[in-house]
Design a protein. Structure first.
Length: 425
């Protein structure tokens, strides 16, 4: 899977990059749509990626009635509906609200929470994070201050296995082996230890402290603050004390793991979605297999809690075109929307990625295809960036921690293997 490894910063290091924003972020939601070349786009926040079967049916109904008929997964376990018709915003909001997918109109763009998708299903992890997820989402929606968070601000709830702890969240809560919880801010190398019971409230306090530290929303993410990691932790420390939340400093756990591979896992099944796009048929096949809910993952996959019969269910999902093979090359390939959905894209990157799939060997770095230099949605961690150029073709560049980029050009997807051999060991 394309999970990133997390390397803690030194305690005395400043935050990664101080940024001063002169406008609010333009992240779409369900009430504020984004105009794309293929129609309007709505992004539905799903804390923890969790959907009841009823909510899942509502989303596929929305995609078929109002959109392009597909559901598009994001790198935060959310869903996008594309190709929305003009004038459908009111009906869209009404349908989502009736299904419980719009619990607070003032907070709908800030409910960005990823959580360990296998928590409670496979016997691993230190605790089931579902109570944390429920409590944090409720506290977030009840906080008037939290409405000012950027749509890019991210919470991560890790059950101790280290899967979502490596995703670069702004506030990370991680269960520890000694029965406590670790509260981390951005990429700071130190954390604050809190009790399991206080962890969700502590996470919200950290987010509200961030808002007080960035005048007029000049920063959207914790690592954009013009403060050192120490200063950020000191500020959160003071606010936790004021709220009566007991805590202490400790070094942050650095071990991280990948997301779930496809296949049978404990009391559930895991599938990967090629390029994150699901047809209505594929979506409904998953709801037939799942026992009570779907869990969308930040790796553009879906975990399906089931009642058994894994072999028959996996065969059904494979027949629907979902990735159930843990060795599939699709696990190493991602792409932005490209043409025709994006006016800035120089190529139909998804079609080209599909054509070049056979060149992805097991030893090749993960590839991410982008239609332009913005590289929207690119993953964290080591990879090869395949970026379309204005004059046609692509530029390939390695992005490997601690190494200078190696670059070459590609004039046709069919020649990808040769281009990769020129820049990767």
């Amino acid at each position: 899977m394309l999970a990133a490894m997390f390397t803690p910063a030194r305690r005395s290091s400043p935050q990664a990059t101080a940024v001063s924003r002169d406008r609010g972020d333009a992240c779409p939601g369900t009430l504020r749509l984004h105009a794309a070349d293929d129609g309007a786009l709505a992004r539905v926040r799903l804390p923890g990626g969790v959907l009841t079967l009823r909510q899942a049916e509502t989303l596929v109904d929305v995609a078929e009635r109002l959109g392009d008929g597909y559901l598009h997964l994001t790198s935060r376990g959310n869903v996008q509906v594309r190709g929305l018709e003009d004038g459908c915003a009111g009906e869209l909001a009404q349908l989502l609200d009736a299904a419980g997918l719009l619990p607070s109109r003032g907070h709908e763009r800030v409910r960005n929470i990823v959580a360990s998708p296998l928590s409670g299903l496979d016997g691993r992890g230190e605790l089931d994070v579902r109570p944390w997820l429920t409590a944090l989402d409720a506290a977030l929606c009840a906080s008037e201050a939290a409405q000012a968070l950027s749509g890019r601000f991210l919470f991560a709830l890790d059950d101790g296995r280290g899967d979502v702890a490596g995703l670069g969240a702004d506030v990370t809560v991680r269960a520890t082996a000694d029965g406590g919880a670790e509260l981390g801010l951005g990429t700071a190398g130190e954390a604050l230890r809190v009790s399991v019971e206080e962890a969700p409230r502590a996470a919200l306090v950290a987010a509200e402290t961030f808002l007080e530290s960035t005048p007029e929303g000049r920063a959207w993410r914790v690592d954009e603050l013009a403060m050192s990691a120490d200063d950020v932790l000191d500020a959160v420390d003071r606010h936790l004390t004021a709220e009566g939340i007991r805590h202490e400093r400790q070094l942050r756990e650095g071990r991280c793991t990948d997301g779930p591979p496809p296949g049978a896992i404990g009391a559930g099944l895991s599938v990967h979605v090629a390029l994150g796009r699901l047809s209505a048929h594929q979506w409904r096949e998953m709801t037939h297999v799942a026992s009570e809910e779907l869990r969308l993952t930040p790796w553009r996959g879906v975990v399906l809690p089931t009642h058994g019969q894994h072999s028959a269910s996996l065969a059904r999902l494979t027949a629907a075109g979902l990735v159930t093979d843990p060795h599939s090359p699709w696990l190493r390939v991602g792409a932005c929307i490209g043409r025709p959905g994006c006016a800035k894209s120089h190529a139909d990157v998804r079609a080209d990625a599909d054509e070049a799939l056979g060149a992805i060997g097991p030893s090749v770095l993960p590839l991410y295809w982008s239609g332009c230099e913005r590289r929207c949605g690119h993953p964290r961690g080591d990879r090869v960036d395949v970026v379309a150029t204005p004059g046609g073709g692509y530029r390939l560049s390695t992005a490997v921690s601690g190494q200078a980029p190696r670059t070459t050009s590609l004039d046709a997807p069919s020649r990808l293997a040769t281009a990769l051999a020129a820049i990767t060991p």
